[in-house]
Design a protein around this ligand. Structure first.
Ligand code: HEM
Ligand code: HEM
Length: 179
C-alpha cells in the first residue's frame, strides 16, 4: 500500500534535482518531468528500476540505495508539484490518433487511459504525459515497441506500441507536447 510523506520526500529529493529539476520540471529533454505525476506511478517506476524490471543505467544507480519508504516519500513529493503545461505545437494526425485510436490497425485511443488533457488517471496508475518532451515520449514509445521497456503490466503499452509506425510515434509525441 502506497503512503508517502511529502516533507520527507522533499528532503530526499536533492539527489534528483540535477536531472529532474528541484520542483520536478525537467529542463533537459531526455530527463522526464516528475511534477504532478501520479504518486502510484512514480513509486512503481522506482521499484521497477530497483528490481531491474525497467532498465536504465542512470536510474538503477539512483535507486540502488533507496528503501521502499524513501521511494514512497519521493513519489509523494513530486506528485504534489505543479505540472507545466506543454508548449509544443499540435499535430493533426497525432491528435486524431490520440483521441480516436486507429480501428483499422487495432490501436486503442490514448485518451482512454491518459485522458483528454494528458493528465492520466492517478488511481489507476496511468501516467500523466503532460509536460514531457517529444524526445522522451518517442524514446518510451519506441522502447515499448521493441520490448526494451517491458515493465507495463500485462503488456498494456507494448500491445499498443507494436502497432505504431515511426510516423505514428512522431505525430502522437508531437501532439502530446501541446497538452
Ligand atoms: C526516469 C525518479 C534521479 C535521470 C525517472 C523516472 C522516475 C525518476 C520516477 C521515471 C519517469 C517516468 O516514467 O515518467 C528519480 C528520482 C531521483 C532521480 C526520485 C532521485 C532519487 C535522477 C538523476 C538523473 C536521472 C540524478 C540523471 C543523472 C533519469 C533518466 C530517466 C529517469 C535519464 C529516463 C529513463 C528512460 O529513458 O527510461 N527518474 N530520478 N534521474 N531519470 Fe530519474
Ligand atoms: C505509459 C503513451 C495508450 C496505459 C505510457 C508512456 C507513454 C504512453 C509515452 C510512458 C510514460 C512515461 O514514461 O512517463 C501512450 C500513447 C497511447 C497510449 C501515445 C496511444 C497510442 C494507452 C492506453 C492505455 C495506456 C489505451 C490503457 C489501456 C499506460 C500505462 C502506462 C503507460 C498503464 C504505464 C506503464 C508502466 O507501469 O510503466 N503511455 N499510451 N496507454 N500507458 Fe500509455
Amino acid at each position: 500500500i502506497y503512503a508517502g510523506n511529502v516533507a520527507a520526500g522533499k528532503n530526499k529529493s536533492a539527489a534528483c534535482a540535477a536531472c529532474h529539476g528541484a520542483d520536478g520540471n525537467s529542463l533537459v529533454p531526455m530527463y522526464p518531468s516528475l511534477a504532478g505525476q501520479s504518486a502510484n506511478y512514480i513509486a512503481k517506476q522506482l521499484a521497477d528500476f530497483k528490481s531491474g524490471n525497467r532498465n536504465d543505467p542512470i536510474m538503477a544507480g539512483m535507486v540502488a540505495g533507496l528503501t521502499q519508504e524513501d521511494m514512497n516519500d519521493l513519489a509523494a513529493y513530486f506528485a504534489v508539484q505543479n505540472t507545466k503545461a506543454g508548449t509544443g505545437e499540435s499535430n493533426v494526425s497525432g491528435h486524431k490518433l490520440y483521441l480516436g485510436g486507429d480501428a483499422a490497425k487495432g490501436i486503442t485511443a490514448c485518451i482512454a487511459c491518459h485522458g483528454v488533457s494528458g493528465k492520466g488517471m492517478k488511481q489507476a496508475g496511468f501516467p500523466s504525459l503532460t509536460g514531457q518532451s517529444k524526445d522522451y515520449l518517442k524514446k518510451q514509445l519506441a522502447s515499448f515497441r521493441d520490448g526494451s521497456r517491458g515493465n507495463d503490466n500485462n503488456g498494456i503499452m507494448r500491445n499498443i506500441a507494436i502497432k505504431l509506425s515511426d510516423a505514428d510515434i512522431e505525430a502522437v509525441s508531437q501532439y502530446i507536447t501541446s497538452l
